[in-house]
Every structure is written in structure tokens, then in C-alpha cells.
Ligand binder design. Structure first.
Ligand code: KIV
Ligand code: ZN
Length: 387
């Protein structure tokens, strides 16, 4: 039951959709370590795995259920009894279990993946939800490839599974196909045309094949979805899933949207590094929110503006996401103001003329190096008459 209509629930699938990425597989103890940090981050739901897929995944769901108490622990299944039985068994120790079951909803999947018909698929969807509901109260249904599904059929499916007991309806853009306004309109249509939609939470689950996962997730939330599914660092199948850190910081930055989560954003940076190192998946330096350059200022114009007032070039404070600090990177494109800032930090208080002379020497050094560190500056000052 929703109490606060503006609260967005955060569903983390780093350990399921994220862990499916080749080379990212984790051991159960590694998964437990990440799950505990996800709990500290304040996620509402942790998708712990796909129990039928392997004995290792089954065991991970069992152990995570024991290790974590606050978030809901969710297990993925296909729409069949065997998968659901396995998930029920794996969730035995979960204080708040959820089963995430579903089936394809686009004609593409219905014909070319299931070799079936809309009628049969609808029946299987309803049967799966009813079956799972006998064991677990909280049932999330995913309409796979909803991004490409016929909207009338999708609405019919959503209404039927809510009628069968689904508490959350996940509308995945499985292939990252939609444009933000298309995806937003889909959610709006469901909100306005599915009779029993108020009995469930709509969830957005977007993939990043066209680089639109975050934009699509926000469009979904703006149109009435209240759960967002994603991963830390945006890892996931192919081009990845929606980055949780991006969605959360968008909601914080644009308070005009009137939506909020219960996430402790100060934990993002550390968790991002933990996921990256355990999954052997480097974070690209220009990754929004958690990339190593996300708060680095390197051109002279930006550095000058930043040093006058950091808000000239900072819309998020690095400390709000646990980032060590904004940095003024010294390169051959830096200006005097940035050099003065670093020299003062190292204890050199120079007159205007002295700074001019130091800057001249600095440019010579900077032209021969990609970036300048404290050692380079100390050496440069040592050799000059200014020290
Ligand atoms: O992308 C997708 O459709 C999924 C479902 C299994 C939820 O990951
Ligand atoms: Zn997915």
C-alpha cells in the first residue's frame, strides 16, 4: 500500500541484471558484501538473483535473505511453476520476500520467442501470478519487452495480472528501444486506462541501448510510475541498465518534480567503487555522478569561474554523493587562478609578478606533460628563484 504518493521506491538489480554481464559474476560472500552496502544506501528492494538458473544463484538468494533485513528481497522467475517453486524455496528466510515473475508482452517475443499467441501468453501470465500468490503476498509481474508491445494488449495484460494479485507491475523497456516521450506515454496510458491500476505500483525498468535509460526512467516517473529499477554504475545486459545514482540525483536536483526516494546519496561513491572492483568493471571517467572526472575542472575558464563560486560549474556538491572533493586539474589549458590555488595549497604565497613568472614556467612544464601533480609543482618552484 502506498502511503506517500510522491515517494519513489528504488529496486536494485545489480546482483541480478547487473551480474548477468559476462565477467561480472560474483561469489555469494561478495554478493552479501554488496547487499549490505545496498541496505546502508537505503534501497527498498534488492533483486538477489534468479534461483532456478543455477545452484549458486539459488544459494545466493538464500544467504542474502538471511544477511539483509530492511529491504525486500526479490527473486526472479519465468512464468512457470518450476521457476516459482525454486524462488519460493530460496526466499524461505527472507523477512520481506517478493517474487518477480513475468513473460514477453510484445508480438515479437510472443511469436518469435514463445511461438505462441496473445491469448495463451495472457493465460500463462495470470496463472503464474495466481500460483506465486499462494506462497508470497508481494508479487511483481514483468511484461518483458513492454517498450515494443502493443499498448492495448499491454493494458489488458497489466489489468489481468493485477486482478490475479500482482502488487507491482514492471513495464520493462527490455531492449532500450523507446524515446522518453514514447515511454512516458505508455505509463500515462496504463495509469489512465487500466481500471485496477490503483491496486499496484507501476515500475520502470529501462535498458541503455540508445543511451536513454535514465531519461526514459524519469519520463516514466513523471507519468505516474513510483518504482525505479536499476543498477549501481548502470551495469547490466549489453549497454546496461538505468543507473540508480543518476535517477536519485536527478530527483534531488530537480525538486520541482516533487518526487523523492529514501536513498542516502552520500554512500554512492564508495559503493560504486566497490561494485566496480568486485565485478572487474571499470567506471568510465566521465560517468555522471560517480566517474573520476565527474567533479574535475580542467579548463582555465571553468577553473576561474569555479574558484570564484563553485556553483558556477557545480550543480551537485561532490560531498552529497560521497565524492572525495571537486578537483582543479592542472593542464596546459589551466589559467593563473588555478595555479595560484594549488601553489597556495602547497604553502607558496606569491605576488602578482611572481605568479606571472611561475605561470610562465608552469606552461612550459605543462606542455610536456598530460597533467601536473604536486611533485611537479614542488620541483618547478624549487628550480625557480621564487621558493
Ligand atoms: O529487461 C528485462 O525485461 C528484464 C526482466 C527480466 C525484468 O530484466
Ligand atoms: Zn533487464
Amino acid at each position: 500500500m502506498l502511503h506517500d504518493p510522491n515517494r519513489v521506491y528504488v529496486f536494485d538489480t545489480t546482483l541480478r541484471d547487473g551480474e548477468q554481464v559476462p565477467g561480472c559474476q560474483l561469489t555469494t560472500p561478495e554478493k552479501i558484501e554488496i547487499a549490505k552496502e545496498l541496505e546502508a544506501l537505503g534501497v527498498d528492494i534488492i533483486e538477489a538473483g534468479f534461483p532456478i538458473s543455477s545452484p549458486g544463484d539459488f544459494q545466493s538468494v538464500v544467504e542474502l535473505s538471511k544477511a539483509v533485513s530492511e529491504p525486500i528481497i526479490c527473486a526472479l522467475t519465468r512464468a512457470n511453476k518450476g521457476d516459482i517453486d525454486s524462488a519460493v524455496a530460496a526466499l524461505k528466510y527472507a523477512k520481506r520476500p517478493r517474487i518477480h515473475t513475468g513473460i514477453g508482452s510484445s508480438d515479437m517475443h510472443i511469436k518469435h520467442k514463445f511461438n505462441s499467441t496473445r491469448e495463451e501468453i495472457l493465460e500463462r501470465a495470470v496463472e503464474a501470478v495466481k500460483y506465486a500468490k499462494q506462497f508470497v503476498e508481494d508479487i511483481e509481474f514483468y511484461a518483458e519487452d513492454a517498450g515494443r508491445a502493443d499498448i492495448q494488449f499491454l493494458a489488458q495484460m497489466v489489468e489481468a495480472v493485477i486482478g490475479a494479485g500482482a502488487t507491482v507491475v514492471n513495464i520493462p523497456d527490455t531492449n532500450g528501444y523507446c524515446l522518453p516521450d514514447q515511454y512516458g506515454s505508455k505509463i500515462k496510458f496504463l495509469k489512465e486506462n487500466v481500471k485496477n491500476i490503483d491496486q499496484a505500483i507501476i515500475s520502470v525498468h529501462c535498458h541503455n541501448d540508445l543511451g536513454l535509460a535514465t531519461a526514459n526512467s524519469i519520463a516514466g516517473l513523471q507519468n505516474g510510475a513510483r518504482q525505479i529499477e536499476g543498477t549501481i554504475n548502470g551495469i547490466g545486459e549489453r549497454a546496461g541498465n538505468t543507473s540508480i545514482e543518476e535517477v536519485v540525483m536527478i530527483l534531488k536536483t530537480h525538486q520541482v518534480l516533487g518526487l523523492h526516494t529514501h536513498i542516502n546519496s552520500k554512500n554512492f561513491y564508495e559503493l560504486s567503487r566497490m561494485v566496480s572492483s568486485q565485478m572487474r568493471m571499470p567506471v568510465q571517467p566521465n560517468k555522471a555522478i560517480v566517474g573520476s572526472n565527474a567533479f574535475a575542472h580542467s579548463s582555465g575558464i571553468h577553473q576561474d569561474g569555479f574558484l570564484k563560486n563553485r556553483e558556477n560549474y557545480e550543480i551537485i556538491r561532490p560531498e552529497d554523493v560521497g565524492f572525495p572533493d571537486a578537483s582543479i586539474v592542472l593542464t596546459a589549458r589551466s589559467g593563473r587562478h588555478a595555479l595560484k590555488f594549488h601553489l597556495e595549497r602547497l604553502g607558496f604565497n606569491l605576488s602578482k609578478e611572481e605568479l606571472g613568472e611561475a605561470y610562465h614556467r608552469f606552461l612550459t612544464v605543462a606542455d610536456s606533460k598530460l597533467d601536473i601533480n604536486d611533485q611537479d609543482l614542488l620541483l618547478m618552484m624549487d628550480k625557480s628563484q621564487l621558493a
